[in-house]
Design a protein around this ligand. Structure first.
Ligand SMILES: C[S@@+](CC[C@H](N)C(=O)[O-])C[C@H]1O[C@@H](n2cnc3c(N)ncnc32)[C@H](O)[C@@H]1O
Length: 208
């Protein structure tokens, strides 16, 4: 399968179990046959945006995958970084990055079973996207943030407009002090294929 066929397969997933299976099979070759061939840079945008907005640890990387966000974030020295993902196989790859304090399997849509307000920061790239995690995943993100904490969540732009993210943000407004949105490229300039110019919204959520 080409990188674009893999991406189209990922975008057409329907359930968290579909994700667990796809990424379980894909974990060992995800970076080699997708990241390295596609020019994927979303993890770098998320790490930089979190740092530039003053984000601090402890930080949770949601849908950590093979650990690209944690690796990029560690360069900014934000403090402790944890990671969670629905796929234990992806987390095994993430462990090899050597930047996470803890890695634990979990479905952000089902809730992670942690107490409220345990993280000063939450980051996510490539997970709030078509066929993966929808706006309801933001409930758990915001619940896990401490007062004054910051989440920087990348949401594929088509998913943001089609799946009700604005409505979810409006629902969460009573517990947020500020919301910000910027658009970024998911793949570097010069990428090829039908997804080359895909964009994501970097959603900044500050907990009141
Ligand atoms: C495209 S990968 C992105 C991985 C990594 N953040 C990156 O930027 O390379 C999407 C990740 O989301 C995870 N995922 C999908 N649904 C999830 C859910 N409901 N809860 C937690 N993780 C999920 C997948 O297992 C996969 O590792």
């Amino acid at each position: 399968m080409t990188k674009d066929e893999k991406l189209d397969t990922a975008y057409s997933l329907k359930t968290p179990d579909d994700s667990r299976k796809l990424y379980g099979d894909w974990a060992e070759s995800y970076e080699e046959d997708f990241v390295e061939t596609s020019g994927y840079i979303l993890h770098i945008h998320v790490a930089r945006a979190f740092s530039e907005a003053g984000g601090e640890g402890p930080v949770l990387d949601v849908g950590a995958g093979t650990g690209l966000v944690g690796e990029a974030l560690a360069q900014f020295d934000p403090g402790e970084i944890d990671g969670t993902d629905i796929s234990p196989e992806m987390l095994q790859q993430a462990a090899e990055k050597g930047v996470y304090r803890a890695l634990f399997p979990g479905d952000i849509l089902a809730g992670l079973g942690l107490p409220d307000g345990v993280y000063s920061g939450v980051v996510s790239a490539g997970t709030f996207t078509l066929g993966h995690v929808g706006p309801d995943g933001l409930d758990e993100v915001v619940r896990l943030l401490t007062s004054g904490g910051l989440a920087v969540i990348a949401v594929r732009d088509a998913h943001f407009t089609e799946s009700g993210f604005e409505q979810k943000i409006a629902e969460l407004e009573p517990v947020l002090s500020e919301v910000g949105k910027t658009s970024v490229r998911i793949y570097a300039e010069g990428a090829d294929g039908p997804h080359a110019d895909d964009q994501a919204i970097l959603l900044h959520l500050w907990k009141a």
